[in-house]
Ligand binder design. Sequence first.
Ligand code: C2E
Ligand code: CA
Ligand code: CA
Length: 399
Amino acid sequence: MEDTLSITENRLLVIDDQQELCEFIAEVARRLGFESLAVTEPDSFRRAYLDFNPTVIVLDLQMAGSDGIELLRYLGGQGAKAQVLVVSGMDHRVLSTADQVGRSQGLKMLGGLQKPIMLSDLEAVLRKTMKQGSVITAGDLEQALARNELQVYYQPKARRTTDNRWLIEGVEALARWKHPKRGFIPPPQFIQIAENSGLIRQLTERVVELSMRQIARWHAENLPLSIAINLSPRLLNDRSFPDMAESAAQSHGINPKHIIFEVTESAAMSDPETTMDVLTRLRVKNFGLSIDDFGTGYSSLKHLYLMPFSELKIDISFVRDVCHTNEARVMVEAMVMLAHKLGLTSCAEGVETPEILEFLAKSECDRVQGYLIGKPVPGNELPGIVQLWNNSQSTTVAV
Ligand code: C2E
Ligand code: CA
Ligand code: CA
């Protein structure tokens, strides 16, 4: 297997006078691996364009004080090489006319997206534009580990109380690589290199060490959070991993019951015998075990009941759709029930709206995680989020 992966010099400039939408587009792009810049003032657009030199521009057609067509002409006049996507609340004919205007100016047009913009449509268009330019190597990652460029962000996980409130009681640790030149590189772009090059053990040890240090600090501040740490499939073949995890917990004075290892379903199935050995030893040591992204990958219900999991984590792709399709609702309800019948707790990931949260409470899902409750943040920002969210839950009841 390759130990390198193509990444890009992808820069996205978005201009939209609706601030929330503008930031949303920039955030989606960032998660895909773009460096992104959001501009809400049409007057700032020209300066931003010249300074930032974007490879992709997302342009709102209707803005107070300016219109997108004017900006398309400006870009044409500059001989812009960037690919341009237009967005608008107006109907498709307006979008296709704007697209033609752009083409007549010699611009590389990506077509149009009508508001409200669907996340999946936006991601699909942006993905197609990504340049496979520069390359990350295992050597870069090794250097990053040596230079401490690897950080951990923490995303809250909330538990449902008997009176249907959701209280943050834990976090998931998510690796972040802050590259000195390329900015944040998202995990999907380096975890695979770490796995293929054997650096995953070192990377995981680093994540475990930083996470435990953080948890110990929170416990000392009277914030008794638990922590979920992602485990790569490779480490399920490493029989020494449970001992390493145990001594890391001991050295920070943390009871393993506060630590959950999340394992992807496909990973848990690849070499059942060794996996079973490693997972069972982790459980015996009192660590929690979560089967991640459940419902995707090479699912084998047989292995689910054979392996000693304590939590079933319902994949974002089902959760996201519960307010749109009956099938997603049926699947989520069935997965919650399956978890409970096997004696596991259920956790839904990707909870982005109050409607989804309400559905999950009605379905008796035990835990939730998603942007509605909180995004992944550096450790020092988490206590504020916990306080704000948990206080809001003592006054309003979610269902
Ligand atoms: P995952 O374990 O499924 O982690 C959840 C991912 O979904 C995270 O992306 C998180 O930021 C994102 N997410 C959380 N809530 C929402 C939401 O409401 N909406 C949307 N659209 N997304 C949400 P992230 O941090 O980019 O991580 C991606 C994947 O990289 C993780 O998926 C995990 O498989 C892997 N990963 C991250 N850190 C580590 C690590 O330390 N070790 C290993 N082995 N894998 C890691
Ligand atoms: Ca996970
Ligand atoms: Ca997941």
